[in-house]
Design a protein around this ligand. Structure first.
Ligand SMILES: *Cc1c(COP(=O)(O)O)cnc(C)c1O
Length: 448
C-alpha cells in the first residue's frame, strides 16, 4: 500500500522532506515555491542525490583489485549541467546518438572519455565521433565495422572499438527493456558465431583497434544473477578470442541496468553488493582460464539519476468513478501525462505519488493519476491510494522520474515539454527550460 504522507527514503530523492506546512521540499526548497517560480508540470532534480550516486558507484566498483570505469548512460537523462556534475565526480559518459554526443561535447566532456554505442549509428554520426576523437565506439554489426573502418581509414586515425555481444542472458525484467537474449536487434550473438565473425573482421582492419567486449543485459535489474552469468560468458569469449586469434582484449564492459525502487515493494540489491558479485565472477573466471584481468566498465543510467527527480503536477479535476458496486476510483487529472512520462503506458511502470502542497488528515482512497491527453491509456500512476480531499490546485509529486521520462517526452497534443530544474542547498537552477508555444509552432512553415 502506498502511503501518501510518509516519504520512503529508498524511493524519494535523498534531500526530500516535508516542512511544517506539509509541503514536500527538496534541497531545502518547497515544491510550492518552485512551481510558483518555474510553473507546472515541473521536473525537480536533487543535485546532491545524483552526485552521491556517482560517488557510490565509483567507490564500489573502481577498486584496486578490479579497476573499473563508470560510464553514465546519458540516455537516462542528459543536459550539459548534469554531464558536468558527473564528470566532476569522475564518471565518463556513454551516448548512443549524434545528439547525445553533441550535448556531451558541448558540456565539455573530454572525447576520449566518451563511449558511443547503438545498433544503427549513421555515417555522419560515426564521422563526427571519429573526427572529435571519441574514446570508444561499440560496433554492433558487420556492416558497421566496415563502415567505421573506412571512415577511420579516410581520416587517417586508428579508432578504438568494443564489440557488442549478446550473451543469451535473460535478465528478470520487463520484455521491452531486456536486451541480451538472442532474438533482438542489439549486438552479435556468441551462440551463433556472429560475435567471433565480428571480432575477426575488426582484427583484420588496420584502422580499427579492438579494445574489448561490450554487453548490456537489460534494465531495472534487481539482483546479481544475470550479471554473474554475463560476466562468466564474456570472460569465456575473451578466452576463446585469445586462443583463436592470438589476441588478448583488455576491457570488458558489462553495461548498465542496475535497478532502483519505484514502489515500496521494489528491493534492488545495494550497489556495493552488486559490484562485489560482478568483481568476484570476473576475477574468478579470469583466474580459472589464466586470463590477465582486464579493465572492467559498467554503464549505470537509471541508478544514477532515476531516483534523483520528482515530477510535480497541478491537479485540474477530480472525478469519482463508480467501477463496481463496491469500488469508487478517484480519477485525478493533472496538467501533464503521457507526454512527460510514457513509462506507465509503455512498460506498465509503477510509481509512488504523494500530495505535495499541504497536509491532510483525510482518508486515503483508491485513486488513479491521469494526464490531460486524448488517450484513455494516458495514465501516470495506475493504482494508488491518495487523500480523499484532493482538489483542483493541489500539487502532486511523482517520485522516481529522473530517468527515461523527460528524454522520452513528446509534444503529443501540442503540449510544451515541462521545465527541468535542479536544487541544492536552498538554490535552484534551470537544467532545461520549459518549451513555449512558439517553440512548438516554429516547425510549421504554414504558421502565420
Ligand atoms: C540503456 C543502456 C544503459 C543504461 O541502462 P540503465 O538501465 O539506465 O542503467 C547502459 N548501457 C547500454 C548499452 C544501454 O543501452
Amino acid at each position: 500500500m502506498v502511503d501518501s504522507i510518509e516519504l520512503d527514503p529508498k524511493i524519494w530523492p535523498d534531500t526530500a522532506d516535508r516542512n511544517s506546512r506539509g509541503e514536500i521540499t527538496i534541497g531545502g526548497l518547497s515544491v510550492t515555491s518552485l512551481v510558483e517560480e518555474y510553473g507546472s508540470p515541473l521536473f525537480i532534480f536533487d543535485e546532491a542525490h545524483i552526485r552521491e550516486r556517482a560517488r557510490q558507484y565509483l567507490s564500489a566498483y573502481n577498486t584496486a583489485d578490479v579497476p573499473t570505469d563508470i560510464y553514465y548512460a546519458g540516455k537516462a537523462f542528459l543536459s550539459t549541467t548534469v554531464a558536468k556534475w558527473l564528470v566532476e565526480e569522475g564518471l565518463r559518459i556513454d551516448v548512443c546518438t549524434g545528439g547525445e554526443l553533441e550535448v556531451a561535447l558541448r558540456a565539455g566532456v573530454k572525447p576520449e572519455s566518451i563511449l558511443f554505442h547503438g545498433n544503427n549509428k549513421s555515417v555522419p554520426e560515426l564521422e563526427k565521433a571519429v573526427e572529435v576523437g571519441v574514446g570508444r565506439i561499440v560496433v554492433d554489426s558487420l556492416v558497421e565495422i566496415s563502415r567505421l573502418s573506412q571512415i577511420a581509414a579516410v581520416k587517417g586515425v586508428t579508432q578504438q572499438v568494443l564489440v557488442r555481444v549478446t550473451l543469451g542472458v535473460e535478465a528478470h525484467t520487463h520484455e521491452a527493456i531486456s536486451t541480451a537474449h538472442e532474438d533482438q536487434k542489439f549486438g552479435l550473438s556468441i551462440a551463433s558465431g556472429a560475435a567471433l565473425d565480428a571480432i575477426e573482421l575488426v582484427l583484420s582492419q588496420p584502422s580499427l583497434s579492438l579494445l574489448g567486449l561490450h554487453s548490456h543485459i537489460g534494465s531495472q535489474i534487481f539482483d546479481a544473477s544475470g550479471f554473474e552469468i554475463a560476466a562468466h560468458r564474456i570472460v569465456e569469449l575473451a578466452d576463446t578470442v585469445r586462443k583463436k586469434f592470438d589476441f588478448t582484449v583488455t576491457e570488458l564492459n558489462v553495461g548498465g541496468g542496475m535497478g532502483i525502487a519505484y514502489i515500496p515493494e521494489d528491493d534492488p540489491i545495494q550497489v556495493g553488493h552488486m559490484a562485489k558479485a560482478i568483481h568476484e565472477i570476473i576475477s574468478t573466471e579470469c583466474a580459472r582460464v589464466h586470463f590477465p584481468l582486464p579493465k572492467l566498465a559498467v554503464e549505470p543510467g537509471r541508478a544514477i539519476v532515476g531516483g534523483a527527480a520528482i515530477t510535480v503536477y497541478e491537479i485540474g479535476t477530480v472525478k469519482p468513478v463508480l467501477v463496481t458496486d463496491e469500488l469508487v476510483r478517484h480519477y485525478i487529472s493533472v496538467d501533464g501525462g503521457m507526454s512527460d512520462n510514457i513509462r506507465t503506458a509503455l512498460y506498465d511502470a509503477q510509481y509512488t505519488v504523494a500530495l505535495a502542497s499541504r497536509q491532510t488528515a483525510a482518508l486515503a482512497v483508491t485513486s488513479r493519476v491521469v494526464g490531460k491527453h486524448c488517450e484513455s491509456g494516458d495514465i501516470v500512476v495506475r493504482d494508488t491510494l491518495l487523500p480523499a480531499d484532493l482538489a483542483p490546485g493541489d500539487l502532486l509529486a511523482v517520485a522516481g522520474t529522473g530517468a527515461y521520462c523527460r528524454p522520452m517526452s513528446s509534444n503529443y497534443n501540442f503540449l510544451p515539454r515541462p521545465a527541468v530544474v535542479s536544487v541544492k542547498d536552498g538554490k535552484s537552477q534551470v537544467l532545461l527550460r520549459r518549451e513555449t508555444m512558439d517553440d512548438l509552432l516554429a516547425l510549421d512553415p504554414g504558421i502565420k
